[in-house]
Design a protein around this ligand. Sequence first.
Ligand code: NAP
Length: 287
Amino acid sequence: VSPARLLDGRKVAAAVRAEVREGALALRASGTVPTLAVVLVGDDPASAVYVRNKDKAAREAGFEVRTLRLPADAPQAEVEDLVARLAQDDGVHGILVQLPLPGGLDADRVLELVDPRKDVDGLHPSNVAALALARPGLRPCTPLGCIELLDREGIGIEGRRALVLGRSRLVGRPLAALLLERDATVTVAHSKSRDLAHVVGEAELVFAAIGKPRLVRGAWIREGAAVVDVGINRLPDGRLCGDVDFEAASARAGAISPVPGGVGPMTIALLLRNTLQAASALAGERA
Ligand code: NAP
């Protein structure tokens, strides 16, 4: 068996980002400076890294970025006031609240204050409902990134048996909805699912979003399946790995995304595309 083709998220993300940059420059030329506001509460080191990467990528793509920091002990009202002000601010086109918020803060109440038109993470209840109802709206970036990776690598979705492992609000649920929108036959599995090996073995497209290092064994993968690994797990030696046993799965899969260098870069690229979409729509409304 020939080893799986690598689904190179870095390469594909670079192509998406180049397209977004053209769109952002065109908006600037027409008088709108597309602007992303990033809200970071507290000093979680992983969140700080994510925010720095998003900030850098957004600037490279031709956006203005305003990073707004609040201390970990900021009261709920202060976080809400900040987000509400950004929602009102005509100079801001995209709002991203970096999650998780420090313990004690109610993230749902904060997210509800984001203007749905600026909700570049696709987590506002209006956008969640729009996805469930198959209406237009802003969609979550990581699920969009998974789909875009397959599309740009020429892997078909329509009519195929797709398995989503995980049912979180951030990844699994919206990904399942997007796949359904794209006419896949969708199964969702989670921690209560029985006989994962069998369920995985049925799937032509496997999306793993669990957060457990190498939980998905290579031997479970159907011969020729496409595997998209969303998981980001830190091993005791400090290295990152996905939710899929990459080495073993590569021997059976037709195509597989690595960790790092797979879905991670795609997530940032689709955040930028969402920001462009939001800025273009808002500029159009105001024209
Ligand atoms: P999460 O909220 O913790 O959800 C994990 C899901 O996996 C839950 O639905 C859970 O089931 C399910 N699960 C847990 N153990 C399982 C098992 N043994 N068998 C089957 N399902 C199991 O995590 P998340 O936010 O969706 O993130 C998932 C992973 O993706 C994490 O590693 C995260 O770091 C990574 N991630 C990566 C990106 C990226 O840009 N690449 C973005 C977001 C997240 P229950 O619902 O039954 O509890």
